[in-house]
Design a protein around this ligand. Structure first.
Ligand code: F0G
Length: 456
């Protein structure tokens, strides 16, 4: 196979400040071994998130210049609405400032005490917004799919028999909707098959429950369906996306991922009454229904981004580049969540640093070493984020100890990816000498953002 080339040229660059290992050691120590507390300027390759970090195209910047900033009924809204409508075939298109705003508005309208919202796996903000409304958020993923070493083409799928059992147990009247997250960010960035979407849709239809899609990475998911699911090899990404959305009665989307923009989101619905309720809630905190907390220029950039994301040359490069990173790490013996996800590679810190117990945070320790080794910033998804204490005050570790290397879209080149491989392998070679971390300051909530650590 030939070298993966980026199907774009670079017209504007943003310098990266180079640092030495010694400087990084001092920076990390000052930040309490928490890369969230490091300034972006001190990072060489920032893999903290793929959200809102995309590079926009010349066409997106040109569209921004055409932004119509009228308060009501702006031309930019009309363009945005028409692109989202033709993609989703849903009637009501409600812009929001990002994905979680769409979630908050939706669940404040239809969640509430006594209701249950199942998903293949909810993303954290979706779960938090559901729980904030008083409802219960339930993940219905087959436990085999959360095992990092189990192979599978569609490890993001929902466990359909578990959905049927849940409906039987709680009753369909208490389930206002079923949410399908594509791709499944909280489960290794793994895709969901069309077969699974159809099966869930059928169960929902039988029980009169609407199926919704969290479409943050819908185009990456469509690419996996095209590559892996029989019958879809000849379909375009647009056709596959269209078929997936045709099964949904509603969509929430963080446009900060697969719409290739730095800010934005939307809620799309068919139900007229629900749309009316959501628009009223929108006006309260986001803005008038034709801008929803965004500038006209943002709506233009989203409309253009949603067209560009379905370009197959782009998506081929995108997914291949992430897969290449995963392959190289596996070749060097580095344990990762397999197979590689769409937007990220997740290192398995439990197997990477088997001598560090959960209460000494192997993921956090690995994240710190990746920064020291090469200035690469990543995100721990393990016992710092999800660990808790039982009623006796005993620490209970998270189900998995992962470190996410999320790849921003169109930002880093193939040589940056090769550099990341070298950095991870460099840390892997000296893994036995790496020690765990203990809390210096333990933040009472959202520990991963604000806590500081010290070597044990
Ligand atoms: N849904 C999914 C699947 C997500 O991954 C995210 C955000 C959201 C909803 C919320 O969207 O950030 O626009 O409010 N994920 C980011 C991440 C933060 O790093 O994975 P938002």
């Amino acid at each position: 196979m030939r070298t993966i080339i980026e199907p774009f040229k670079i017209k504007m660059i943003e310098p990266i400040k180079m640092t030495t290992r010694q400087q990084r050691q001092a920076i990390l120590q000052k930040a309490g071994y928490n890369p969230f507390l490091i300034l972006a300027e001190d990072v060489l390759i920032d893999l903290l998130t793929d959200s809102g970090t995309s590079a926009m195209s010349s066409e997106q910047w040109a569209a921004m210049m055409r932004g119509d900033e009228s308060y009501a009924g702006a031309k930019s809204f009309v363009r945005f609405e028409s692109v989202v409508k033709s993609l989703t075939d849903l009637r009501h298109i409600i812009p929001t400032h990002q994905g979680r705003a769409a979630e908050r508005i939706l669940f404040s309208a239809i969640g509430g005490p006594g209701t249950v919202i199942p998903s293949n796996t909810h993303f954290d903000t979706t779960r938090a917004n559901i729980e904030h409304s008083g409802a219960t958020a339930t993940d219905l993923i087959d436990p085999r799919n959360t095992d990092p070493v189990v192979k599978g083409d569609f490890k993001g799928n929902m466990d359909v028999p578990a959905l049927e059992r849940l409906i039987e147990r709680v009753g369909s009247d208490r389930i206002p909707l079923v949410m399908m997250t594509i791709t499944n960010n909280a489960t290794g960035g793994q895709p969901v098959s069309m077969g699974n979407l159809k099966a869930v849709h059928q169960v929902c239809q039988r029980h009169g429950i609407p199926m919704f899609i969290d479409a943050a990475r819908f185009a990456e998911n469509a690419w996996f369906i095209k590559q892996r699911e029989p019958g879809y090899g000849q379909c375009s990404l647009a056709e596959i996306a269209h078929e997936a959305f045709s099964l949904a009665q509603g969509v929430t989307m963080s446009c900060k991922k697969d719409a290739l923009v730095n800010i934005g989101g939307f809620l799309a619905l068919n139900d007229d009454d629900l749309a009316m309720k959501c628009r009223s809630a929108l006006i309260l905190t986001e803005g008038f229904p034709t801008y929803g907390g965004l500038a006209g220029r943002d709506l233009e950039a989203i409309a253009q981004g949603l067209v560009e994301i379905l370009d197959e040359d782009y998506m081929h490069y995108r997914i291949r580049s992430v897969e290449f990173l995963g392959e190289r790490l596996l070749q060097a013996g580095v344990p990762i969540f397999e197979p590689p996800g769409g937007h990220a590679i997740y290192l398995d810190a439990r197997r990477f640093l088997p001598h560090i117990p959960p209460q000494r945070f192997p993921g956090q320790a690995l994240m710190a070493e990746l920064y020291i080794e090469g200035g690469v910033r990543t995100c721990e998804i393990g016992s710092v984020m999800f660990g808790r204490y039982d009623p006796d005050g005993k620490f209970v570790g998270a189900a998995n100890e992962l470190v996410r290397l999320a790849i921003p879209r169109r930002v880093y080149t193939q040589s940056h990816i090769e550099y990341v491989v070298e950095v991870v392998v460099g840390v892997f070679e000296r893994r036995e000498a790496i020690r765990g971390l203990k809390f210096e300051y333990e933040a009472p909530v959202l520990r991963h953002f604000m806590s500081t650590f010290a070597p044990e």
